[in-house]
Write a protein that binds this ligand. Structure first.
Ligand code: COA
Length: 194
């Protein structure tokens, strides 16, 4: 994994291994992001919070970036876009959010890929690239992830990259407009990575 500091919007770290590059989003990404999200709507919406009616617009994207900038500045969230390498085509997104310090030192992992990029190993590569950032750069102890019990793709991804299933939370997150039960997964800093 490469970790470089570069002069790009808000000092984004650029993470990656052979197949993917991760960096923070910028306004210039709106066109590719909105096209990919729009064409993948049916693929993504069963697994995500309900999209606001203006979600794909430029002004909503600008508000999203302002929120991201605040989170990065405060150290509470780290939102990445995922690009295929070496051609640098936007394929999806991955976010470390809800960073909690003190005695906890944890964060939550979320991710998505565009429908036409699914099942190519790209999100596995992105998760593998972000774990050293979480553990070595942010010095977190624990990365958590939650997924719906019938999300076979997400379960396979987490288990393949070294996460352990730890629990089951009833009505945990409001996904697709309903409070739904979730499987709880985590990886801690000294777990083996795969
Ligand atoms: C979950 C998601 C990000 C996986 O991304 P991906 O790039 O397709 O994942 P990968 O190609 O790296 O595959 C990871 C593993 O999942 C498996 N997998 C992927 N899609 C699958 C599916 N639909 N059914 C069963 N297994 C699947 C792959 O086979 C692979 O395991 P393997 O190497 O043992 O075969 C993607 O399916 C997605 O965006 N889904 C919709 C949104 C979503 O579910 N977000 C997460 C909410 S918790």
């Amino acid at each position: 994994m490469a970790f470089l500091r570069t002069v790009v919007p808000y000092s984004t770290p650029v993470l990656g291994e052979n197949r993917v590059v991760l960096r923070y989003p910028a306004m210039a990404d709106h066109a590719a992001w909105s096209v990919l999200r729009a064409e993948s709507r049916a693929f993504l919406t069963p697994w995500e919070p309900v999209w606001a009616s203006d979600d794909l617009t430029r002004s909503a994207f600008r508000r999203r970036l302002r929120r991201y900038q605040r989170e990065i500045r405060d150290g509470t969230g780290f939102p990445f876009l995922v690009f295929s390498a070496p051609e640098m085509v936007l394929v999806g997104g991955l976010t470390l959010s809800h960073v909690v310090r003190g005695v906890t030192q944890s964060c939550s992992l979320g991710y998505w890929v565009g429908a036409r990029f699914a099942r190519r190993g790209l999100m596995s590569a992105a998760v593998r690239a972000v774990l050293p950032f979480a553990f070595d750069t942010l010095r977190l102890h624990r990365v958590e992830a939650a997924c719906l019990p019938h999300n076979a793709a997400s379960i396979a991804l987490l288990e393949k990259t070294g996460f352990t299933r730890e629990g089951y939370a009833r009505r945990y997150l409001c996904i697709d407009g309903r409070w739904q039960d979730h499987l709880l997964y985590a990886i801690v800093s000294d777990d083996p990575r795969r």
